[in-house]
Design a binder for this molecule. Structure first.
Ligand code: SF4
Length: 1010
């Protein structure tokens, strides 16, 4: 191909899509001829498949010594399933990935934990048992291991030689990199850059006018990705030791609205718990915007459980979404129903359903009237709510719950008198009026009364008009929910990532409260928990001598209320209206990665000095990052003076870094992960390197990766908790922290010893699980417990048995705190920009800016006639851009429209179209999809990259050519909105600040080109 033409093609993602047939052609040819690149296959039936891992000779189990089969964790997506990988011993290459039959994320039921490794193989090849314990990975999990050998992998430390974002680098030694980032200097010929040693000042305030913001050491910020097994270690051993409170993961751009809404419902903004259906036994599942099998976490497990419940159980299932996902299909017959809905209007739908349930008294009154744990026990129930608690309505104390000390007061339903909730079995549920307490009259209402009034703010007709779902359909859903009662469940997730997502998620959960299915078999579960790992019987691995106790304010203004600042107090003292604040504050939000660049650029609350990221691609993941965040990151003077990315690849974010530190990939890494949710029994999944990391090493032979980099930095900075005498055992002895195994093997030992310790691993277990190389380290670090630790490693983790899931009709692991029909924290908080008091229970809002104007007013239909949304892929995932195998399964993504809508706009299948919002444009090919709500545009998320091999990279003056297909597809985040009423941050939920990626008003037109 002509070189100029080729470069032009690489420049357009739409054109890359048109090349898709080239990719498929090759696969097609190979499939037809059973060949590899023209070579005839070895076997006409089995093609070029690898030899089996083991076989039976004369009924004897004989492992194939050419391979090792090791347990590990797949991190192809955030589910983090326990898997086994087949490795060629000669080449140290991963050949195949399959499920770990002990791990509940890959098998259901899973093997009893005391099954020997040999038996585990035998069972998987025996008729009758194989079907039961079959363990698998998804299409993505079996494809992405080729990332390990991707030509764009960073193997040596890099320093930029061009401007930020130009993707021009030179290789340097890791010692030079550490020296430069610690000491600072004129590192790029652009002026002095502050090094980490100067940033680490844990005494001087970062802003003398606001001591509550903490010391200068908060000038360091860390952004990771998901909790993939190393995040907690970096936070607790390095960031806390450094003295910063600034760290964030990917949650604010993933599912924060759901997490915040459910944290409000569950009354726990500290730990942010959330609920999932007991998929196996639920009789009715109402899923809002998160079709199992298409999306959600745990992706593979919930898809499998739902499929089984549909084919063998008696589930009835409804998905409410602008797009028909994989969970609704003809083969499910009448058990599955899709309710199309306008994007961003789920709140109207749920308010309508709640109104029907409440006004027709279809709710579980006995459940909602239990005002305390004592009442719950007396009535042999397993959860309770604050529906009957009394909320003060007087100016003094407005929004607070009326209490005697810490105990809420309620009206006893038997005699209508005010009593301690601990002394009442059934309280008055629906009350608004005044009560006398200790000689004072209080105007009060019950939580339930406020809920009832709020769901009746609009009529059913109005709710129906808002969301495009008929009243009859809402009535049908309400009836199904209450009919199945304790065996009904509700679910939502990323579909709530819009400007009113917090109240949407809270409302969805309140449907569950109407039937009281929390902690019931077939109802809702907060998860099964985990064995103690980093803080356990043998060690507290997060405690160390000299750990600073820093109290500070986060750069994203999360977990902090504006009312604690001197800015607020000074305005009050001067008699001024304290609102608006200079920016928005989020007192009950956990973290907001997409606000960090803007806040630092504004110096409010303060300016950052250094950003370290680890496999984070927050620019690609943030809706609306295109318009402002990229510009802020590209200029070191604007927001981040020094940016270090610890990353195995150069992605859309790390291409703006000043330095890139190589990282391990997939099965080369250490980690301990817990199941996110959607499980009922304890589970810890482990990861330790089972193939040799490919990247450069430190002088001590440790591969350069996040943990070894952290240790090296900690030592160079002389931080507490690194080097000799860094880890204190519960036996009082001190141990060193010089390598990743020093911390992880001890955490594995904690897991092994938790509760009743696990048995010892046999030599056969160790050999058949491929962990023989770890025996010397196990003996050195775990001493007499080394075989117990090996027992856990050989099984890839520790798991409670499936039989421990239930106690009769209840879940074995139950959520203990009361359900909040009204959340006092929310009800006593104001928006710091508008001064608007948040509603403590759900309330209807249209899509809006923080300032209050609705999208209907700002983006009228005559200008933006369509609404765009993204949907999660069942194949693509954010971290997998560097997998060529995956491109063979999903080459590109499209702009999906219902054919009716396409026709209205004069568009046809295959047209190149441009979709534009107020803040951005994207091009792509139009695809007809009957399963998209008319009037909407859907885009599968995961492609349309500007890095990760989608553009040329220059290292040491040599160009690594881009791969055309890496550019392919549509990135809908490029049309994300900004919010001028919130300091031009990316559009966010107006309560919890989560990134709003759905319900974007857009226009569409056909464009010329290829
Ligand atoms: S769902 Fe698939 S890609 Fe995700 S962790 Fe599990 S096997 Fe890997």
């Amino acid at each position: 191909m002509d070189k100029k033409r080729r470069n032009f093609l690489i420049g357009t993602s739409a054109v890359a899509a048109s090349a898709s047939i080239v990719g498929y052609k090759k696969t097609l040819k190979q499939a037809v001829t059973m060949s590899t690149d023209g070579e005839k296959a070895k076997d006409p039936i089995y093609g070029n498949s690898y030899k089996p891992e083991y076989s039976y000779v004369n009924d004897q189990f004989v492992p194939n010594d050419d391979f090792k089969i090791c347990p590990t964790t797949c991190i192809g997506c955030v589910t983090q399933c326990g898997v086994r990988v087949k490795i060629d011993k000669k080449t140290d290459k991963v050949l195949r990935v399959f499920g770990n039959p002990y791990n509940l994320l890959s098998s259901d039921p899973w093997l009893p934990y005391n099954t020997s490794i040999k038996e585990s193989y035998e069972i998987l090849s025996q008729n009758g048992k194989f079907e039961k314990y079959r363990s698998n990975v998804c299409a993505r999990g079996n494809a992405v291991f080729d990332k390990i050998d991707d030509k764009f992998r960073v193997l040596k430390p890099l320093k930029r030689v061009g401007k930020r974002g130009e993707n021009k680098w030179k290789e340097i030694e890791i010692e030079q990199l550490i020296d430069e980032i610690v000491n600072g200097g004129n590192l790029f010929g652009e002026g002095h850059v502050k090094g980490l040693k100067d940033v680490r000042d844990i005494k001087t305030p970062i802003n003398p006018d606001e001591p509550v913001f903490g010391p200068k050491s908060n000038g360091l910020c860390f952004i990771g990705t998901t909790h993939e097994g190393r995040f907690k270690v970096v936070v607790n051993r390095f960031l806390k030791s450094f003295g910063t409170c600034n760290w964030a993961g990917h949650g604010a751009t993933c599912g924060l609205s759901m997490r915040a809404g459910e944290a409000a419902y569950l009354g726990n903004f500290k730990k942010y718990p959330h609920l999932k259906p007991d998929f196996e036994n639920t009789e009715y599942l109402l899923s809002i915007g998160t079709p199992p099998g298409q999306a959600g976490n745990p992706f593979k497990r919930q898809g499998k459980l739902l499929a089984r419940a549909r084919s063998e159980g008696n589930i009835d299932y409804t998905i409410v979404s602008p797009m028909q996902g994989n969970s609704d299909m003809i083969s499910a017959g009448s058990r599955s129903h899709w309710i199309p809905i306008k994007p961003g209007t789920d709140l109207a739908f749920v308010m309508g359903v709640l109104q029907i349930i409440i006004n027709n008294k279809m709710y579980n009154k006995k459940y909602l009237s239990m005002p305390s744990a004592k009442a719950m026990k007396a009535l042999n129930d397993v959860s309770w709510t604050n529906a009957a608690h009394l909320i003060i309505q007087d100016k003094d104390g407005f929004g607070k719950i009326l209490k005697d000390g810490k105990i809420p007061l309620v009206l006893d339903a038997t005699d209508n008198t005010l009593k301690s909730s601990n002394d009442v079995i059934q309280a008055v549920l629906d009350f608004k009026g005044s009560v006398e307490y200790k000689g004072k009259t209080y105007s009060v209402r019950t939580s339930f009364n406020e809920l009832k009034e709020n769901v009746n703010e609009l009529s059913l007709q109005e709710y129906s008009k808002e969301c495009g779902v008929s009243i009859e359909t809402m009535q049908e859903v309400a009836k199904k929910l209450v009919t199945h009662g304790r065996k009904a469940s509700v679910d939502c997730h990323g579909g709530t990532m819009h400007t009113t997502g917090f109240y949407t998620a809270y409302a969805v959960m309140l449907l569950g409260a109407m039937v009281g299915s929390l902690n019931y078999k077939g109802g809702m579960s907060a998860g099964g928990g985990a064995y103690k790992d980093f803080i356990g019987k043998k060690y507290n691995l997060f405690a160390y001598k000299g750990k600073p106790n820093i109290k500070a304010t986060r750069i994203d203004r999360a977990r902090m209320s504006y009312e604690k600042t001197n800015e607020y107090k000074n305005k009050l003292a001067k008699g001024e209206n304290p609102y608006p604040a200079k920016g928005n504050w989020f007192p009950f939000t956990s973290q907001l990665s997409h606000h960090i660049l803007n806040n630092s650029a504004e110096g409010y609350p303060y300016k950052l000095d250094v950003l370290i990221t680890n496999s984070s691609d927050f620019l690609y993941g943030t809706s609306g990052s295109e318009s402002k965040m990229k510009e802020l990151l590209a200029d070191p003077k604007k927001s981040i003076p020094l940016f270090i990315a610890v990353d195995p690849f150069i992605n859309d974010t790390s291409k703006y870094a000043d330095y890139i530190v190589p990282d391990s990939v997939l099965y080369e890494t250490w980690g301990i992960v817990h199941v996110w949710n959607g499980y009922l029994t304890k589970c810890n999944t482990l990861r330790f390197p089972v193939v040799k990391p490919k990247q450069a090493t430190f002088k001590n032979g440790e591969p350069i990766e996040m943990i070894s980099f952290m240790i090296a930095l900690g030592k160079k900075l002389k931080l507490p908790g690194f080097g000799e005498k860094a880890i204190k055992g519960n036996d009082g002895n001190w141990y060193p922290l010089n390598k990743a195994e020093d911390i992880y093997l001890r955490a594995f030992e904690n897991i092994a010893m938790d509760g009743t310790p696990v048995p010892d691993a046999t030599d056969e277990d160790i050999k058949l699980s491929g962990i023989e190389d770890y025996v010397p380290s196990l003996k050195r670090i775990c001493g007499k417990n080394w075989r117990k630790t090996a027992y856990v490693m050989a099984r890839g983790g520790r798991y409670e048995d499936v039989e421990d899931s239930y106690k009769g009709e209840f879940l074995a692991h139950q959520y203990k705190k009361p359900v909040q029909i009204y959340n006092e924290t929310v009800g006593t908080t104001r928006n710091s920009l508008t001064g608007e008091r948040y509603s403590g229970t759900i309330k209807f809002f249209k899509q809006r800016q923080v300032g209050g104007k609705t999208y209907d007013e700002i983006y009228p239909k005559d200008k933006y006639p369509l609404t765009a949304f993204s949907f999660k892929s069942n194949v693509l995932a954010t971290p997998d851009a560097n997998s060529n195998n995956l491109a063979e399964i999903r080459f590109t993504t499209y702009i999906d429209l219902n054919p009716k809508t396409a026709k209205e706009f004069g568009l046809n299948l295959g047209d190149l179209v441009e979709v534009a919002s107020e803040y951005g444009k994207v091009k792509g090919y139009l695809r007809y999809r009957n399963g998209v709500m008319p009037g909407c545009i859907g885009v599968e998320h995961g492609l349309g990259r500007d890095a990760s091999g989608a553009e040329n990279i220059v290292i040491n003056g040599k160009t690594i050519k881009a791969i055309i297909r890496r550019k392919s597809g549509v990135d809908i985040n490029k049309i994300g909105l900004l919010d001028p009423t919130a300091g031009m941050q990316t559009a966010s939920d107006f309560v919890c600040g989560s990134n709003a990626r759905h319900a974007i008003p857009v226009k569409i037109k056909k464009v010329k080109g290829v």
